[in-house]
Design a protein around this ligand. Sequence first.
Ligand SMILES: *Cc1c(COP(=O)(O)O)cnc(C)c1O
Length: 358
Amino acid sequence: MRVYNFSAGPSMLPEAVLQRAREEMLDWQGSGMSVMEMSHRGPHFRQIAENTEALLRQLLGVSDDYHCLFLQGGATGQFAAIPMNLLGERRVMNYVLTGSWGKKAAAEAKKYGEVRIAASSEAEKLTTIPDPAAWDVDPEAVYLHYTSNETIGGVEFPFVPEVDVPLVCDMSSDILSRPVDVSRFGVIYAGAQKNMGPAGITVVIVRKDLLRTPHPATPQVFDYARQAEAGSMLNTPPTYSWYLLGLVLEWLRDQGGVEGIEKRNVEKAGLLYGAIDASDFYRNPVDPRYRSRMNVPFTLADPSLDSLFLEEAKAEGLVNLKGHRSVGGMRASIYNAMPLEGVQALVQFMREFERRHG
Ligand SMILES: *Cc1c(COP(=O)(O)O)cnc(C)c1O
């Protein structure tokens, strides 16, 4: 039996994608081999790689002004790769902190230049987004970095900030969940394992004119220009993850693209927050304006019931609901691949749990 998996990542994949991968496991489209066994330089994999990039460009509306790169090292690798490729002779970077991932990105960037914090919600325990009108944006900054969805705290930007320096955005946990105007960004990057596929592959969408001579100590695998020239195959890429990413993108196209999936995401999040708000037993700590559609943290009125909640949920096939260790309580990650039925089952379980133990 397949469970409803609320893990923050690696996370649930669409069942249709897993079925398709199973069908193609031993013999990919008459090639006589698994995608895992193919040369990354051969015609079969080239086709997979090109299809994946074309689909990504189509779904997000990425113009030729941007490179689409498929790299390794996760979003964490990009925390370093971004300053290494964008700073050039200049030093100043702006970071907006609305959660743990933004803080990690800023800490890594410090190795390469001067990080100035344009805004931070740490005083509000990372549960909100500071008013953009009050951000201290440095006009000298090479870029301003923010995290569109903070996966741990469940804080998501419902808007794209308007600033006078290029925007760099960590979209690891909400890419492809809603339409975005890519032309507003200098760099968008995301690890695949939240909302796009399996772990092992990281998408980087970078405006070509922002590339500078990379920091002299930049590893060649993190050199955006060289990777772009090599079709992201400067070394052996994570071929199977790349293939699965392509299958997820095909599935997403068949769901009506990002516009189609957004409607379902709004419905799923509305159902879950509605259930939390309708009860005194459950509580979400985030500023209601900035609640995430993807990651929904919540606490029980009586934390001594936490482990019982998790145990009983698991018995109902609702798994990985434990909150991040830094926040406690519960967290339901309801990415694109989580069906509405999964959220309905969770809400029903929550009501019954409250009835029995509230
Ligand atoms: C998971 C996550 C990361 C870290 O991703 P890795 O692939 O593990 O490096 C960074 N940023 C956000 C927003 C995330 O959700």
